[in-house]
Design a protein around this ligand. Structure first.
Ligand code: GAP
Length: 511
């Protein structure tokens, strides 16, 4: 992940927000390549779920909505993440993620690596007195290693082995001398309090220029509600038959307790959501179809199959509105993590909005003359998380002779730049003139850049790093034979192509 973060900054994909002021924590800006990648991803999603189907319509609802929307949706009451604050280091942790946080924490990772295989308690004591002191100074085991070890006895803990009981083990090393065992802080090892706090995740703002009379409104935490409250408008304007859906891409905001992992969990992010209205008896079938369709979308855009999985939710992790949900997860360096959730929201939302607004949001079926609330199947994905997954998945380093080539092997529909035009010599005006003319012609058809600011080897590496699909090189013979060299990003294979056939050649490759 560090390499991706560095590449994103170096090449202009993603920057820390408000960088010159020291940055606003966990807030990110997309630079020239980042915005192209993000737009390409959103375009690919829209094409797949709106243009290639007859039954899904696009929408773009306002971010600010009537406060009653959030009362009806249940967000004001139930959109909480219980969290714990460490009394020693003041860090916050989500209760539902606490064991993952410990497992991935620097101190537990270090202890686990030290104890990998058949190790004895002496190694543990050595760890406590050295790495432990630096990484988890408040962990009871670090403060009193001999006491902890006397509890453990001569057991050999085989980390990574089948006999590891992670939570019990952590319970022992966090136990204080008087025998009280509580969950340790993933940051400093201190015992965490038993009581958690509840944080409402809704961000508020004031609607109106005068503070005293302004109305409190919320920055939407999901785009979904904008589609539910337009259900009647869509029925009245498009007269669709079930099943049909609405699709929307837009910003959402959540006061996350623990924003982290680059753009993975932030307080401002973008969602791509579909609300697909179905007859209740067809909900299970439609849910299964959408799970398959959405999974294949990522695979068809190049994500490696072994890095993607479907994970059905257990009953106790379902959102307050959902009857079933399956996450599509990516295998990030920080563990399998959600890119998209596909949920059966039942008739919860339409019923709630009917009740609170007083408007009848039932659907009338002409054929059967029934009036009923449709169920909703909701594939809900994150734009920023997908961009991150596609970046990580496409990144590779290759040995080329004595050099290392960094390549972003992005799918052709996602690559920010399709073609780079590079003159071999920048001090030959006729070469530069021809190259600029070719670039200007290609720009009318493909996202094309012109670059003559370095030697050709360096120019190629630069384009490989940002995922440019084809490099067109203009050399001295081009002036005579009217041909150019086209280099393929992935294979580095070069073709000599006639200038007057170049556009067709690239069109065919990029189709
Ligand atoms: N309407 C349903 C809904 O919002 P969710 O699982 O809370 O469901 C859907 O969010 C998607 O939005 C997630 O799968 C994720 O990709 C993205 N997302 C949610 N919270 C996010 C955050 N704090 N930062 C970045 N993306 C987030």
């Amino acid at each position: 992940m560090d390499k991706i973060v560095a590449l994103c900054k170096r090449r202009g994909f993603i920057f820390q927000s408000s960088d010159i002021y020291g940055g606003l924590a966990n807030t990110w800006d997309y630079g020239p390549y980042g915005v192209e990648l993000k737009n390409n991803l959103k375009r690919a999603w829209w094409k797949s779920v709106v243009y290639e189907r007859d039954d899904v319509f696009g929408m773009d609802a306002a971010i600010l909505m009537h406060p009653k929307v959030w009362e009806a949706s249940g967000h004001l009451k139930s959109f909480n993440d219980p969290f714990i604050k460490c009394p020693a280091c003041s860090n916050f942790f989500r209760l539902d993620k606490i064991w993952d946080e410990i497992w991935n924490s620097p101190w537990f990772t270090s202890l686990r690596e030290t104890m990998m295989g058949d190790k004895d308690t002496l190694q543990m004591i050595r760890w406590a007195k050295h790495e432990g002191k630096k990484l988890a100074p408040n962990l009871n085991f670090v403060k009193h290693p001999e006491v902890t070890v006397s509890w453990i006895g001569d057991l050999h803990y085989k980390f990574g082995g089948v006999d590891l009981d992670f939570k019990n083990y952590v319970g022992i090393i966090a136990r204080s001398r008087d025998g009280v065992s509580r969950i340790p802080c993933p940051n400093c090892g201190n015992q965490l309090p038993e009581e958690s706090m509840a944080a409402n995740l809704m961000l508020e703002t004031l609607f109106g220029p005068v503070k005293e009379t302004a109305q409190k409104v919320y920055l939407r935490p999901e785009t979904a509600q904008g589609m539910f409250v337009n259900f009647l408008n869509i029925l009245d304007s498009k007269h669709p038959k079930l099943p049909f859906g609405l699709a929307q891409i837009g910003k959402a905001f959540r006061n996350e307790v623990t924003p982290r992992n680059f753009t993975f969990r932030t307080r401002e992010f973008e969602q791509m959501e579909i609300e697909y209205f179905v007859r209740p008896e067809e909900a299970d079938k439609q849910l299964a179809e959408w799970i398959a369709a959405r999974f294949n979308w990522y695979i068809n855009l190049g994500i490696k199959k072994e890095n993607l999985r479907k994970r059905p939710h257990a009953k106790d992790e379902l959102a307050h509105y959902a009857k079933a949900c399956t996450d599509i997860e990516y295998n990030f360096s920080f563990g399998w993590s959600e890119l998209e959730g596909i949920a059966n929201r039942t008739d919860f939302d339409l019923k709630q909005h009917s009740e609170v607004s007083g408007k009848d949001l039932k659907y009338f079926d002409e054929a059967s003359k029934e009036r009923f609330f449709p169920y909703i199947i909701e594939p809900s994905g994150g734009v920023d998380r997908s961009v991150l997954a596609f970046l990580v998945d496409a990144y590779r380093e290759e040995k080329v002779k004595d050099d290392t080539r960094v390549v972003l092997s992005l799918h052709k529909d996602l690559a920010p730049t399709k073609v780079a035009v590079l003159p071999l010599l920048k001090n030959r005006p006729e070469l530069v003139g021809l190259a600029r003319k070719i670039a200007a012609d290609l720009k009318k058809c493909f996202i094309t850049v012109y670059d003559d600011t370095a030697a050709i080897g360096k120019l190629y590496r630069r384009q490989d790093e940002v995922g440019t699909l084809y490099c067109v090189t203009i050399d001295v013979p081009s002036l005579e034979d009217k041909q150019v060299t086209v280099r393929d990003r992935d294979t580095m294979k070069q073709d000599r192509v006639s200038i007057d056939k170049l556009k067709e050649y690239l069109e065919e490759k990029l189709a």
